[in-house]
Design a protein around this ligand. Structure first.
Ligand code: PEP
Length: 258
């Protein structure tokens, strides 16, 4: 069993004080839980402050995005070195909101993935189909293209350290989650594609998170699927109780595997 990775994407939410309080209460709540990786991804302006709250704990700190260049005339962007400087070890790349609101393409995401690994930052690489793509039977095709272009030119060792987040766009922030069987079907396909492109050893080491309206009451069923190795959580990560409840579901499954 791969070590589950439960990550909270706070998106563009919370005040500075709320961010620090949330980080502090998650830290206090999950103290002593072992066998599960837990990550917080606050807005970039709060990273340094949240780092000061999480420092010395096992909680992973990550940014929600980064540019592929290290510095230069890119107004409004932050680079991998910058997020590393304020304590990040991880970064979310290719989130559907970056793709569909801000026009990020598969090739841009590929540049970002390469830049993250070049700087020793571990990416969560997000992919997923839109509703019309699912309804017209194109889910696997869309995933294949996102995965193939995203991973172009990456070293197999880097790929094996990757976390992939399968997030069907129609399930993000909508309250409609994919059924565990729908999610498992795509996760299994992603793993099969990885095996084809990078071999079995790499494919069995990559963690694949599910994301899309995960709540404490549906987390157990989703996490019980064989190819689901964690969760990327938006809305439910903004409250300590719901987030930590989901973490404890993962922890229980590690303690007593189904
Ligand atoms: C996300 O934005 O990555 C996400 C999964 O959001 P939500 O949990 O709110 O659907």
């Amino acid at each position: 069993m791969l070590r589950p990775f439960i990550a909270g994407n706070w998106k563009m939410n919370l005040t500075l004080k709320e961010s620090k309080d949330l980080a502090g209460s998650i830290r206090a709540d999950i103290e002593g839980m072992q066998g599960v990786d837990v990550g917080a991804f606050p807005p970039s302006v709060f990273l340094e402050s949240v780092y000061s709250v999480l420092k010395g704990s096992s909680i992973i700190l990550g940014a929600q995005n980064m540019h592929w260049e290290d510095n230069g005339a890119f107004t409004g962007e932050v680079s991998g070195s910058m997020i590393k400087d304020v304590g990040c070890t991880h970064v979310i790349l290719g989130h559907s909101e970056r793709r569909h609101i801000f026009g990020e393409t598969d090739s841009m995401i590929n540049l970002k993935l390469r830049a993250a690994f070049a700087r020793g930052i571990m990416p969560i690489f997000c992919l997923g189909e839109r509703l019309e793509e699912r309804e017209s039977g194109k889910t696997f095709k869309v995933i294949e293209k996102q995965l193939k272009t995203g991973l172009e030119g990456l070293k197999p060792d880097d790929v094996s350290m990757l976390t992939i987040a399968y997030e069907p766009v129609w399930a993000i922030g909508t309250g409609k989650n994919a059924t565990p069987a729908q999610a498992q079907e795509v996760h299994g396909h992603i793993r099969a594609l990885l095996e084809e492109s990078h071999g079995e050893d790499v494919s069995t080491r990559v963690r694949i998170q599910y994301g899309g309206s995960v709540k404490p009451d549906n987390a157990a069923e989703i996490l019980a699927q064989p190819d689901i190795n964690g969760l990327l959580i938006g809305g439910a990560s903004l409250k300590k109780d719901s987030f930590c409840k989901i973490v404890s579901v993962a922890f229980e499954q590690v303690r007593s595997p189904v």
